[in-house]
Design a protein around this ligand. Structure first.
Ligand SMILES: Nc1nc2c(c(=O)[nH]1)N[C@H]1C(S)=C(S)[C@@H](COP(=O)(O)O)O[C@H]1N2
Ligand SMILES: [Mo]
Length: 263
């Protein structure tokens, strides 16, 4: 799989020099900060999210680097604290149009038929195993305006609505002491998440985008939205969810992207 250039305008929250400053600093940083940057485990966007620095000017980039060079328990805690909330934004900050991205072009977006669609639940769960779209729509809905950060170097703010994933898990009788939840998509994409992320209050099984039914390009009929994770951990067109203790990997994760992929 090779990366293709995509017609996406990066948001302006990164300094134009952020990439080169960080590149220069790489050699001076001590491990594990350097390791994280070098392997792109932490992306610019990921660093911004984790450090709370906007990285909007060179000074904030340098402040962040100073923090990183003293990489310590504080940063570790940020990385692994499942209670940390991602920032939310006002409606006026929504990025329009919201970018499309997938491992293929927009002409190849899968068409999922609403009437015949079924969400399959498998693995460590003892509740309802097959869900229709109407049944998912009948569950309590909430919405969030959060920033989506793609590892390819862009970010955008969007509004998603749907069911809190922990609520869905409860109703599906999923074993919340299991290690992983894996998510399989209509385009054969898949990813998996740790249980604390699955139970995070901002993790939503989204059915709408910006107040309307989720359009095909953004993942109809359903996308799992996790603002605490990078874009590739937010699967679109989900058709099956499995709870497991066996490490499930993922489409990009199996090609070297960090499994943790976020805060
Ligand atoms: N099913 C599926 N989900 C996916 C992907 C994909 O190729 N297929 N790409 C991921 C990546 S890398 C990104 S950045 C986001 C893009 O979502 P968007 O098109 O709503 O912006 O979807 C993620 N989820
Ligand atoms: Mo992405």
């Amino acid at each position: 799989m090779t990366f293709r250039k995509r017609p996406v305008k990066p948001d302006t929250f990164l300094s134009s020099h952020a990439e080169s400053i960080i590149k220069d600093a790489r050699s001076e940083l001590k491990d594990p900060a350097r390791r994280l940057l070098g392997k792109r485990i932490l992306t610019l966007g990921g660093i911004a999210l984790l450090s709370g620095c906007s990285l909007s000017n060179d000074k904030s980039v340098n402040t962040m680097l100073r923090k990183m060079s003293f990489f310590n328990d504080d940063v570790q805690a940020l990385l692994f604290n499942p209670k940390e909330m991602a920032p939310t934004y006002p409606e006026s900050m929504i990025t329009r149009p919201f970018p499309f991205n997938a491992f293929y072009g927009i002409d190849d977006v899968p068409e999922v038929d609403a009437a015949t669609y079924r969400l399959q639940v498998s693995g460590l769960a003892n509740g309802k195993r097959v869900w229709t779209l109407d049944e998912l729509r009948a569950l309590p809905q909430e919405s969030q305006i959060t920033r989506h950060i793609c590892i390819e170097g862009w970010s955008a703010i969007g509004r998603w609505g749907g069911v809190r994933f922990s609520e869905f898990m409860k109703r599906a009788g999923m074993d919340m002491t299991a290690k992983y939840v894996s998510l399989h998509c209509a385009d054969n994409y898949w990813t998996s998440i740790d249980m604390p992320t699955a139970l995070h209050a901002q993790t939503l099984l989204t059915l709408t985008y910006d107040g309307a039914v989720l359009p095909p390009k953004y993942g109809f009929p359903m996308k799992l939205r996790m603002p605490t994770k990078l874009g590739y951990k937010n699967p679109k067109h989900i058709v099956a969810i499995s709870v497991t203790n066996e490490y499930p990997g993922g489409y990009w994760e199996n090609q070297g992207y960090n499994w943790f992929g976020g805060s």
